[in-house]
Write a protein that binds this ligand. Sequence first.
Ligand SMILES: Nc1ncnc2c1ncn2[C@@H]1O[C@H](COP(=O)(O)OP(=O)(O)OP(=O)(O)O)[C@@H](O)[C@H]1O
Ligand SMILES: [Mg+2]
Length: 242
Amino acid sequence: MLKPSKDIVLKISNLSSWYGKVQILHEVDMHVKKGELVSIIGPNGAGKSTILKNIFGIIKKRKGNIKFLKKEIITMQPEELAKIGIAIVPQGRSVFPSLTVEENLVIGAYTRSDNIKKDLEYVYDKFPVLKERRNQPAKLLSGGEQQMVSMGRSLMVKPKLLLLDEPTLGLSPSMKKLIFDKIIELNKSGLTILMVEQNARMSLKLSDRAYVLELGRNRYVGKGKTLLKDKRIQHLYLGGVA
Ligand SMILES: Nc1ncnc2c1ncn2[C@@H]1O[C@H](COP(=O)(O)OP(=O)(O)OP(=O)(O)O)[C@@H](O)[C@H]1O
Ligand SMILES: [Mg+2]
């Protein structure tokens, strides 16, 4: 049963978007409720990153509605969106390589004017390795540690909605597990998360709900665990077996 609409943090309705003349998204509908972990899965080029970029105001040519906490945000800029509590961890490791770990984290709070010391401690508490390496240039960290910097930086926004684009891409199996564990931990502590993930099996297992996107269109939607057992999903995205 759907929770009452007051619990909806993000509601995307009828979203279409274009790169130049090429239409990428076709009337996409999606929502995320407070406290949920929702995944978007689908093949390469399906438009998954494009959805997150639309939410974060990076894409200009689009139509439809994107509501965040009931407010229409489709015309808003990334900086304003960060101020109202949306943070994104983009696809690929987006650290400033020459800046130290701590400088990278502090940049995440650039739209805030309040005291960030407690939040820095919160990030160090979640990712102790970053505290140990706070004064080193980010480029010296491993891929997984850089991903932690990127996630830590997004937490400095104090987000009400966290957008994660392929958080485990290219990481070793043990680092993937660690990052997934952190995502679960953040979600359990109350953070609402919308995540794009290549690892369909893992993301369906962890997610409250998931959307399957194909060629820029909604294909399937359902509870993560239900989709995991769905023969069509198994055949298309999970290599045929559960
Ligand atoms: N800046 C851009 N200019 C033109 N076309 C783009 C641009 N970015 C993405 N595209 C195209 O838009 C489509 C959707 O791309 P998008 O990055 O959203 O896919 P994706 O589902 O995230 O794929 P992947 O799993 O490979 O990350 C693709 O065909 C891609 O080539
Ligand atoms: Mg992508």
